[in-house]
Design a protein around this ligand. Structure first.
Ligand code: GLP
Length: 241
């Protein structure tokens, strides 16, 4: 696990450059994308690079990590809406090639089909991750089995409280989500996790110093062979050398 402590702007530059280099060298690249406030800066840089003619996403495919259960695509809190608004509408990617787990209809079947679709596409080349304050990645909450594929998850009160800032009130936050599992995420060839801000410090400490445990889902990354953790000073502040 490589760890880089940088300023947020430097993290955005470095991660977006890694994605641009990958896309420019592999026209069939498959990106694993995340939502939340953390990757927004990276997505802005990708949109800028596209506008400047430095990269094209025309033949690129993507799979998102997760989606709330019960929100339609046009709901401005859905992760599909987030991705369109923050990235896909600003680059030349074919939206048919962008997948976000579907939180409507037969969600159990959707979950099963999602892993099958990733495998059929050849697997994720580059996975971008944020991290929850309780160490969750995607919506894999503490206690989730390391062996799970895409599944339906109950959100913890901590996550609902953390994510309530995007909704009018806490009661509006869905309590369930469809999420790629830890086993699905671990299949990605290359993983980058970004953590910014003091509220991520405990999770980053467990990720780097902690014992691998399902109590801290992020610690599964310790056994992946190509992971880079990008943290700013605040998120890194509790790590012991
Ligand atoms: C949500 C998402 C995660 C994300 C986390 C942190 O729970 N499901 O993928 O990493 O929030 O969000 P933020 O980047 O806004 O701190």
């Amino acid at each position: 696990m490589e760890v880089k402590v940088l300023k947020s702007e430097e993290i955005n530059n470095e991660v977006s450059n890694r994605i641009i280099n990958l896309v420019n060298s592999n026209k069939n690249a498959i990106l694993g994308l995340a939502t939340g406030s953390t990757p927004v800066g990276v997505y802005k840089k990708l949109a800028e690079a596209y506008k400047e003619g430095k990269v094209s996403f025309k033949t690129i495919r993507s799979f998102n990590l997760d989606e709330y259960i019960g929100l339609t695509e046009d709901n401005d809190q859905s992760y599909r809406y987030f991705m369109n608004h923050n990235l896909f509408d600003h680059i030349d990617i074919d939206k048919n090639n962008t997948k976000v787990p579907c939180g409507l209809g037969d969600v159990e079947k959707n979950a099963k089909d999602y892993d099958a679709a990733i495998d059929a596409a050849g697997g994720i080349d580059f996975q971008i991750l944020g991290i929850g304050s309780d160490g969750h990645i995607a919506f894999n909450e503490p206690g989730t089995s390391f062996n799970e594929g895409t599944h339906i998850a109950e959100l913890t009160d901590q996550t609902i409280t953390d994510n309530a800032r995007f909704f009018a009130k806490k009661e509006d936050v869905p309590t369930k989500a469809i999420t790629m599992g830890l086993a699905s995420i671990m299949k990605a060839k290359e993983i980058v996790l970004i953590a910014v801000g003091a509220n991520k410090a405990e999770a980053v400490k467990e990720l780097i110093n902690g014992k691998m445990s399902e109590d801290w889902p992020c610690t599964i990354l310790q056994k992946h062979n190509n992971v880079t953790i990008y943290a700013d000073e605040a998120a890194y502040s509790k790590v012991t050398k």
